[in-house]
Ligand binder design. Structure first.
Ligand code: GUN
Ligand code: ZN
Length: 434
């Protein structure tokens, strides 16, 4: 009888808590073994302790010299913006008008959408990202294309149809009613289909009428296990615009709060210009922050404040925000996150950044136990990182004296080249050089 068990020998890292608030937040096995049964994690531990527990004939893949950790989780990204990454503009609003809206128009065409979705998922897995929370466009066709592509690869993906019924070109507008109806149809078609999960996706408060916000909030309450994703307080011009559109709201975040959109499984991208009351509401309601370093720097939006967020124990996660972000790589994203934190007076250890990109992301999505670490029974999504991926990385990492120094070098110098292999649900979905 053939065993469904496979094992992987490497150094192994995964988290059980946020290292900013806990001692013993992680497990590190220098000579480790990751044992996988089918699509699930069986156990992670020391090679010496586990090697004799394997059934006879178990294949042990030898990744010695490399580091296995849970697949990265990118909690905010736009797949339709793949083809316009690195488009120059003097800020968020002109960038949306000049590049974003014309690019998103093309996703009415299912074949175009499928082609971009395939490239996008290949690029994510090349970078070691196994779960992402993804904006599609206003077109339901863009969602069908994305989820079909993700289902074929058996990836744990979260995505949704953009809702926007004002302040955007006619060719990208839905209505309050059609947006709600189509979103509900897509929930029924895709939520929990294979590993796919649905997210209600009002683009941001300025592009929704109050009628649309109202219907979206009702769906968010009716389908409490469905996700919700949007943007908030990214840029000062945007904040001023929201103030003029919703004069009765206490703050930008308060607009979403008013419509019942602050809840567990809701993800707020950016949160650069929140105040203390906003942060307290995020923490009290279980809404999560998606912090987008490369995007905030690229668009000149501002510096996210980690100290204030941590004071309120807001749930944090990291994201690329491609195409506002400039890299698909969560390693490059950590590099820039470190610098944003540093500029705001916070010293962010690499251990915490790897936590935020794995278990922290899973917790922000209420998916702990399913993804994000190597707990027994979790889905076997993991990456194999190569500390010798480039001449410079090899030179640097052979001179590190601690786990923190090794991780710091991987975060600051790493990118897609550092990802030797990526596995999703126990199956290899990327091999470097192929
Ligand atoms: N705010 C509204 N739409 C967008 C978008 O597509 N990208 C970013 N970065 N911010 C937004
Ligand atoms: Zn975004």
């Amino acid at each position: 009888q053939e065993t469904t068990i496979k094992a992987f020998r490497a150094s192994i890292l995964h988290f059980t808590a946020d290292p900013a608030f806990n001692d013993n937040a992680y497990s590190w096995f220098e000579d480790g073994l990751l044992v996988v049964d089918g699509d699930r994690i069986k156990v992670a531990g020391d090679y010496d302790k586990l090697k004799d527990t394997l059934p006879d004939g178990t294949q042990v893949r030898d990744y010695r010299g490399k580091v296995i950790m849970p697949g990265f989780i990118d909690t905010h990204i736009h797949y339709p913006q793949t083809d316009m990454i690195a488009s120059p503009a003097p800020g968020l609003l002109p960038w949306l008008d000049t590049y974003t809206f014309p690019t998103e128009r093309q996703f009415k065409d299912p074949e175009h959408a499928r082609g971009v979705a395939d490239f996008f998922l290949d690029e994510l897995t090349r970078c070691g990202t196994t779960t992402a929370m993804v904006f599609c466009t206003v077109h339901p066709e863009s969602v069908d294309a994305f989820f079909s592509a993700s289902e074929e690869r058996n990836l744990r993906m979260i995505a949704g149809k953009v809702m926007m019924d004002r302040h955007c070109p006619d060719f990208l507008q839905d209505t309050a009613e059609s947006g709600a109806r189509e979103s509900e149809e897509l929930i029924n078609r895709w939520h929990n289909k294979g590993r796919n999960l649905y997210a209600l996706t009002p683009r941001f408060a300025p592009t929704s009428t109050e009628a649309q916000m109202q219907l979206c909030g009702e769906l968010a309450q009716k389908y409490s296990d469905v996700f919700l994703q949007t943007h908030v307080a990214e840029n000062t011009d945007e904040v001023a615009w929201v103030k003029s559109l919703y004069p009765n709201a206490r703050s930008y975040l308060d607009v979403y709060d008013h419509y019942g959109m602050l809840r567990p499984r809701s993800m707020y991208a950016h949160c650069v210009w929140l105040d203390d009351e906003d942060r307290a509401r995020m923490a009290a309601t279980g809404a999560a922050v998606s912090m987008c370093a490369t995007s905030n720097l690229f668009l000149g939006s501002g510096l996210f404040n980690f100290a204030e967020a941590d004071k309120h124990k807001v749930t944090l996660s990291l994201a690329t925000d491609v195409g506002g972000g400039t890299s698909f790589s969560m390693l490059q994203t950590m590099n820039e996150t470190y610098k944003v934190a540093r500029m705001g007076g916070t010293y962010m250890p690499a251990l915490r950044m790897f936590y935020l990109a794995t278990l922290g992301g899973a917790r922000s999505l209420q998916l702990e136990g399913t993804i994000g670490n190597f707990a027994a029974g979790a889905e076997a999504d993991f990456v194999v990182l190569d500390p010798k991926a480039t001449p410079l990385l090899e030179r640097r990492t052979t001179r590190t004296n601690s786990l923190e120094e090794l991780l710091f070098a991987l975060a600051l110098l790493g990118d897609d080249r550092t990802v030797a292999a990526t596995y999703a649900a126990g199956k290899q979905v990327h091999q470097r050089g192929e």
